[in-house]
Design a protein around this ligand. Structure first.
Ligand SMILES: Cc1cc2nc3c(=O)[nH]c(=O)nc-3n(C[C@H](O)[C@H](O)[C@H](O)COP(=O)(O)OP(=O)(O)OC[C@H]3O[C@@H](n4cnc5c(N)ncnc54)[C@H](O)[C@@H]3O)c2cc1C
Length: 404
């Protein structure tokens, strides 16, 4: 699959952070993690921390799948609002999903504090703006349900929005002052894998799994270099390409667009908050540690890399106009970088984590949707618990069975 245009900002900024060898010998491990993006890195890190023997393989260079293209806002707010998710998942599961995302950001912060390599983790407020007056009813339902379940959220009126963002046309918003964050997903992936190596794990890139055979006591995998890997358990953390290993389609693919401005002097906007909105598809904005504007959105509902990339120049200008309309002091926005990426979402906004009957000894860790990275943390813990023979009390919320 072609996941993104060649030059996402994070990749240009950091380049090759660390090198990993290709697998040129046969291998036997307890857990083989297929995919060295943020999901595979977190899963392997949790497994290695728990003392499990684990190896990671990736067909690309580490982090160069969707992870290096991510805008990496860390939000507890799932693409599907809690009051809507409650209709399909049940209120208890919907509330638990939101709570787990809040906890995931706290845990990611703790992890980032312990890692010796930089991760770009920064706490930020998260603002969810009503795009139109007609969205206020849904915003109020959402506010009420989040409050009911103990989430620290403020309901902003038009005047509150105008105080923070004088040129916004938004009639109201939900502000989460304490529970948002941002990260550099590409650097975090390398930082995690460096730590995972220190814990005794093995990491290989430029190594594609070309064949998977599920046996009674092991999974036997073949690679593009003609080697075989024997694992007691396989974790498929292959991002949007994981659909290749599933019988049923569980995701919808889109194209999305991102631009990064030149550095802006001083605070870019109110507390350099994370900003998104009720419109679908939505616009999502954050800043970078060197005070650039990073804005994503203008999605198209198709997967066609050629068509996607031909629209990049036009979409970049539209994204710049979107920023200038909301922040006239930034006009004309000095554009420095842009890219297009493929993006997968699920019908209920939740990830798929767990196993399917036709693939024994195998778990999937699929962090789809706008909260992909937060979901990757949740997947890491669920799979670690499974490896330790512990029942994770929230695993059923993300299982494949819920889709039936
Ligand atoms: C433009 C954009 C913006 C986004 N913004 C956000 C955001 O703001 N916040 C957020 O939380 N999420 C966001 N996401 C989503 C988030 O980036 C993804 O959920 C996350 O990066 C997925 O990580 P992953 O490790 O699951 O997949 P990937 O990073 O794609 O890693 C999977 C790896 O598996 C490897 N692989 C596949 N098949 C094989 C095989 N056969 N053998 C070996 N290796 C294989 C691939 O090479 C790849 O490197 C965004 C995504 C995009 C594209």
């Amino acid at each position: 699959m072609n996941l993104h245009t060649p030059y996402p900002y994070w990749l240009l900024k950091s380049g090759f952070l660390f090198e990993y060898p290709a697998l040129r010998h046969s291998l036997q491990v307890d857990f083989l993690v297929m995919g060295g993006g943020i999901t595979g890195a977190l899963t392997a890190w949790y497994l290695a921390k728990a003392g499990v023997s684990v190896a990671v393989v990736d067909r690309r260079h580490i982090g160069m799948g969707s992870t290096c293209a991510s805008t990496a806002l860390l939000q507890y707010e799932i693409d599907v609002p809690m009051h809507q998710l409650a209709k399909t998942a049940g209120e208890k599961n919907a509330a638990r999903s939101y709570q787990l995302c809040i906890e995931a950001i706290d845990k990611l912060e703790e992890i980032c504090e312990t890692l010796p390599n930089p991760t770009g983790f920064e706490r930020k407020p998260s603002i969810y703006c009503a795009s139109r007056k007609a969205d206020l009813e849904g915003l109020d339902l959402e506010f009420a349900m989040r409050k009911k379940h103990g989430i620290r959220v403020e309901r902003w009126g038009k005047e509150d929005v105008a105080r923070a963002f004088p040129h916004f046309q938004s009639p109201g918003a939900l502000c989460s002052p304490h529970d948002g964050a941002q990260v550099d997903a590409y650097s975090l992936t390398h930082a995690l894998l460096q730590d995972t190596l220190r814990l005794g794990a093995q990491v290989y890139d430029k190594t594609e799994i070309t064949d998977i055979r599920h046996e009674k006591t092991q999974v036997v995998l073949g690679t593009n270099h003609g080697q075989s890997i024997r694992a007691k358990q396989l974790v498929i953390a292959s991002g949007y390409e994981s659909q290749n290993y599933l019988k049923e389609p569980f995701t919808r693919l889109h194209s999305t667009y991102v631009l990064v401005s030149e550095p802006i002097e001083g605070e870019v906007w109110w507390r350099d908050a994370l900003i998104w909105e009720t419109a679908r598809p939505y616009l999502y904005l954050r800043t970078t540690p060197d005070h650039r504007v990073l804005v994503g959105g203008r999605d198209e509902p198709f997967y066609s890399p050629g068509k996607r990339d031909r629209l990049l120049a036009k979409k970049t200008l539209l994204l710049a106009r979107d920023v200038e309309k909301r922040f006239p002091h930034l006009a004309p926005l000095p554009i420095d970088f842009n890219w297009a990426g493929t993006f997968a979402e699920t019908a209920d906004g939740l990830p798929f984590i767990g196993s399917v009957r036709e693939r024994p000894r195998t778990s999937f860790a699929l962090g789809f949707g706008g909260n992909g990275i937060v979901f990757s943390q949740i997947a890491g813990e669920i799979i670690r618990d499974m490896a330790l023979g512990k029942t994770n009390p929230s695993a059923h919320i993300f299982s494949f069975n819920r889709a039936k």
